[in-house]
Design a protein around this ligand. Structure first.
Ligand code: KG4
Ligand code: ZN
Length: 352
């Protein structure tokens, strides 16, 4: 891959169709995102076939918009990067075949990117609105998304050692499920954050799964505890039918749930950072858009004297720029794919 130049990055692993133009893995020239959230909200969750068809519908207009806002042309492009996995098979296939075709007809190298690596490399993206420090190795990264929750150690670029991961639900999945139990719209994560901010009482204490000294996470017990509390307070099983909870109670329960998730995530991340001698901490993935998690981890990291790097919320949720950031590193390292590149819906990032 030729040095310098732009990476044209394609992300379609879940329910966001996104194409970005990124320079040197850091500078965003354009980052166009067509979100399907409103479309899936009606069904209360993502319907994979519907998602894949929407990617097909939007991918060309999204590319047109990326050129228009990026003010660039194919001459400026060094490589095409695309998310290979993990994600929904049909959704991934749309992006992969689109990226392959672009790479072939324009004679550009094709760089396969792991979606989770993208979430991690979002920490290297520049932010026009504020000064962002570059992550320093060795670092510990907490990646919290709708499908994954793990802690990883990086001693250098593209080198990952898994410290811990969820043994059941991902953090975002727990937010979405509890959001549904509370009668909030899909996706539950942003909704829980919104209603919890209005909670006046803070007496709801849900359990925390510490799992001993391990860096693994578990959120299914918390979800069950939330389900039981919500069921009993709404009168389930009392023979008189259920009643919706008053909105101030929904806010208190949402806040109690959010506190439990954030407490475990922050405590384990700090412990992992200390145990590995990390010189910086990175936070990424859709749940990293959560204000309480961001603030609490920032306080804890400051207390420990370790710099924390968190992308702005719009770069924490799925986007093409993060794929461009990871793609630049991978391309420089010579990780290229042929036209036989296939989707890997369960692609792993790291091993213990
Ligand atoms: O990384 P992402 O955009 O897609 C995946 O790769 O999964 O993450 C989506 C997840 C969803 O579960 C969503 O509810 C959660 O991130 N999320 C949030 C917030 N914004 C998005 N969770 C808590 N607070 C938020 N503000
Ligand atoms: Zn994601």
């Amino acid at each position: 891959m030729k040095q310098g130049g732009l990476i044209l990055a394609v992300e379609t692993s879940c329910d966001e169709t996104s194409i970005a133009l990124v320079e040197d893995g850091r500078r965003i020239h354009s980052n166009v995102i067509a979100s399907q959230v409103a479309m899936h909200a009606a069904a209360g969750g993502i319907v994979p076939e519907v998602a894949a068809r929407a990617h097909l519908r939007w991918i060309v207009p999204v590319l047109d918009e990326a050129w228009a806002t990026g003010g660039a042309s194919w001459d400026d492009v060094a490589a095409v990067a695309v998310t290979q996995g993990p994600g929904l098979a049909g959704s991934l296939l749309v992006g992969i075949n689109f990226a392959k075709t672009l790479a072939y007809v324009h004679g550009k190298p094709l760089v396969p990117v792991n979606h989770l690596e993208g979430h991690l490399y979002a920490a290297w993206l520049e932010d026009d609105a504020r000064e962002v420090a570059e992550p320093i190795f060795p670092l510990v990264a907490l990646i919290v998304s709708g499908g994954h929750t793990f802690l990883v150690e990086m001693r250098d670029h593209l080198q990952y050692r898994l410290l811990g991961e969820t043994v059941d639900d991902a953090a975002g999945e727990a937010f979405d499920k509890v959001g549904r139990l509370l009668g909030l719209p899909y996706p539950g994560g942003p909704e829980i954050m919104r209603v919890a901010a209005g909670a006046t009482g803070h007496d709801v204490i849900f359990p925390r799964a510490w799992l001993g000294d391990s860096f693994d996470f578990s959120f299914s017990g918390l979800k069950t505890a939330a389900r039981r509390t919500i069921a009993s307070e709404s009168g389930e099983g009392n023979g008189h039918g259920t009643v919706p909870l008053p909105s101030d109670r929904v806010a208190e329960l949402a806040s109690g749930f959010q506190e439990s998730v954030v407490d475990v995530l922050v405590t384990k991340t700090l412990r992992a950072a200390r145990a590995t001698g990390a010189r910086s901490i990175v936070l990424g993935g859709g749940v990293a858009a959560n204000r309480v998690l961001r603030d609490r981890l920032a306080d804890a990291a400051r207390g420990a004297g370790i710099p924390l790097i968190v992308p702005k919320p719009g770069l924490c949720t799925d986007n093409g720029a993060m794929v461009g950031a990871a793609g630049a590193r991978r391309g420089q390292a010579g990780v290229l794919a042929g036209l036989d590149l296939d989707a890997r819906p369960s692609m792993p990032l790291a091993h213990r």
